[in-house]
Design a protein around this ligand. Sequence first.
Ligand code: GDP
Ligand code: MG
Length: 309
Amino acid sequence: MSTDLEAGMKAEEYKSGYVALIGRPNVGKSTLMNTLIGQKIAITSNKPQTTRNRIQTVYTDERGQIIFLDTPGVHKAKNRLGDYMVKVAEGTLKDVDLVLWLVEPSTHIGKGDQIILEKLKEIDKPVFLLINKLDTIPKAEVLPVMDTYRKLMDFAEIIPVSALKRYNMDDLLATIFKYLKPGPQYYDEDTVTDQPMRQIVAELIREKALYSLQEEIPHGIAVLIDSMKKRNNRIWDISATIVCEKESHKGIIIGKDGDMLKKIGSAARYEIEDQLDAKVNLELWVKVRSQWRDNEKLLRSFGYRKEDE
Ligand code: GDP
Ligand code: MG
């Protein structure tokens, strides 16, 4: 028989664990993680596959600590970079305590989601189905979507959410804590990511480039930080190179009279200043390296780490 005191103590037990976010490209994984953490870390865009590395962020409150792993979308690998992303996504599933599967609010289940479903059926841990983008459909359409998915596998929970509009975020956090086991606080409470600032800066520049370039250069760019130095407490000097695949792409990225590069640079600078809480002097360069997506050595120099494979 448990006393009130014991029950009270149980409720306060500190919990922690690793939670993977999986889902097709563009379903809202990065947005959800950024919303939960409340600070921009993973880049988001309306083009699929913008998240290339596994990104780890940390949510901490008095209930405990959740470490989120944002995985690149599972999709058919077309080249080595694609291969790499699929392997990272599959590897992540093995290391976590809980899986959040994000889907579009639709009764149609596409091929990408079929592949994910098969993988999730093989793992022996709780899976939450998150029906995201709830803000884009009428309320009455949610139930049929839930019913469609419920028939496919035994989900621990099914939760409709909107990562963008922050619907059901408190509910989601509370439910995650319900499933996590008592555990240690892995990181300081003010840690929000294990990503080095350099990588965040590179990703922000890449995000701004993707936005500005529209459909012209789908995924053929990478960003390298050549140097990043603190001049004094108020100013950072950053030099970065945008690497693309073709001379013609280089021309587009630079733009007429350098207009495009200026646009990318000032948009990126604005957000980097916000992240660093300082003024930033940003120098951008553009270089051509053909076929970089298939070149393993170059991939590694861009930070696609071997241990993630
Ligand atoms: P990821 O590829 O799964 O990481 O997807 P992103 O987080 O990059 O999001 C892809 C696009 O979907 C972006 O344009 C987001 O703004 C948008 N998005 C994400 N969540 C929601 C949502 O809840 N509602 C709406 N309307 N759009 C969303
Ligand atoms: Mg993403």
